[in-house]
Write a protein that binds this ligand. Structure first.
Ligand SMILES: *Cc1c(COP(=O)(O)O)cnc(C)c1O
Length: 388
């Protein structure tokens, strides 16, 4: 008998491992590999957040278990952030739940709300966790139709009648990984109206909510009138405050969904380490100047790389947010073959779009998580590649 469950055995293979092997081989040969495949910030966590952590770590009361749903100060700071940033009212006791990073929350939320066989509408291309979470919960992933020519906006009216009727949950992700697509509030109004007419839950993954450029402000799905009857939103400190390793995020919105996830989680974990929650509260209560400073860094990198890539003939839309460029591969290449060329001939790692779903084919995702100087080197190397 196999020691491994069918669920695990039938998970789709992890596409990045092959590239990592190749990277290791090249580096052992002395090649200076530049990794633009990593979907995480390279900048440090702001000092004032670290200061609060250090202070709270010294307090023995903080060495105990947190309450399951997260400590009051953290949940209140999330509610206050939603009030000041989005003008959305949240009850910190019933409409906010602390998460050990939003990835955990997404995977567990799917378990907490669907039954085996239920349909879940997910973006394709999209963050791979959505599909695997649905798989682990025994659900059935169906692609949410996206209008690629119009910046990957969802086409709710193109979901088939059968899928609309069997759907229990729809996942959205704006600002988006991997496409860097952003939306205005009207898309969320349509999403909530779709959820209402089909009586389904809609969850927006807002991991890049604050990572935006040029005055663009990403809306919250909870700004749509009546959203709390159907919608939840995942937030994370990982990208906005450079806190990926800290593992802290939250779910806000619909009480029933929050209670269901809280019940599931209370049987699995006992929330995050209190000093981490308190430091995160300090981050959310801040004036967000640290986030603005980060965004400036990302925007400069983005502008530089975007301009250079388009000159070289690698077309990409100019994003209003996230830490990615989503570029078309040249004619005659697949996502994977071009990503391989970039590694073999330029020593640059990018992620093939196909790693994010079938409709990611024809694209590569380029992460902006290296310094401007390294990007100059990337540009020089890609120019010398000449793939025509
Ligand atoms: C990085 C990322 C997450 C995960 O964030 P954590 O809070 O660190 O778990 C979730 N969704 C998307 C789209 C991401 O890119």
């Amino acid at each position: 008998m196999t020691f491994v469950s069918e669920k695990i055995n039938t998970l789709p293979p992890y596409l990045f491992s092959e590239f990592q092997k190749k990277k290791k081989n090249l580096m052992e040969k002395g090649v200076d590999v530049i990794d633009l495949g990593i979907g995480a910030p390279d900048l440090p966590t702001p000092d004032f957040v670290i200061d609060r952590l250090v202070e709270e770590v010294r307090n023995p009361l903080n060495h105990r278990y947190s309450t399951y749903s997260g400590t009051q100060e953290f949940r209140q700071s999330v509610a206050d952030f939603y009030k000041s940033h989005y003008a959305v009212d949240l009850d910190p006791d019933t409409e906010v739940l602390a998460l050990i990073g939003s990835k955990e929350g997404i995977a567990n939320m799917v378990q907490a709300v669907i039954n085996p066989g239920n349909t879940v509408l997910i973006p394709n291309p999209g963050y791979p966790v959505y599909r695997t979470a649905v798989h682990l919960a025994g659900g059935n992933s169906v692609d949410l139709p996206l209008d690629e020519s119009n910046g990957y906006q969802p086409l709710f009216n193109q979901v088939s009648k059968k899928d609309s009727e069997s759907a229990k949950l729809m996942l959205l992700n704006y600002p988006s990984n991997p496409t860097a697509a952003t939306v205005n509030l009207d898309v969320f109004l349509k999403a909530v109206s779709y959820a209402k007419s089909h009586n389904i839950i809609v969850a927006n993954d807002a991991a890049y909510d604050l990572v935006t450029f040029n005055g663009y402000k990403a809306p919250s799905i909870l700004q749509a009138p009546g959203a709390k009857d159907y919608a939840v939103e995942f937030g994370s400190l990982s990208k906005s405050f450079n806190m990926t390793g800290w593992r802290i995020g939250y779910l806000v919105g619909n009480k029933t969904v929050i209670r269901a996830l809280s019940t599931l989680k209370s049987n699995i974990d006992t929330s995050q380490f209190l000093p981490i929650q308190l430091a995160a509260a300090t981050a959310l209560k801040s004036d967000l100047k640290a986030v603005e400073a980060n965004n400036k860094v990302y925007q400069e990198r983005m502008e530089k790389l975007h301009e250079a890539l388009n000159k070289i003939g690698l077309e990409a839309e100019k994003p209003k947010g996230t830490i990615f460029l989503w570029a078309k591969v040249p004619q005659g290449y697949s996502s994977a073959s071009f990503a391989n060329q970039m590694l073999d001939r330029a020593g640059v790692i990018v992620t093939p779009g196909s790693a994010f779903g079938t409709t990611g084919e024809g694209y590569i995702r380029i992460s902006l998580s290296v310094t401007s100087d390294r990007l100059d080197e990337v540009i020089k190397r890609i120019k010398n590649m000449s793939w025509q």
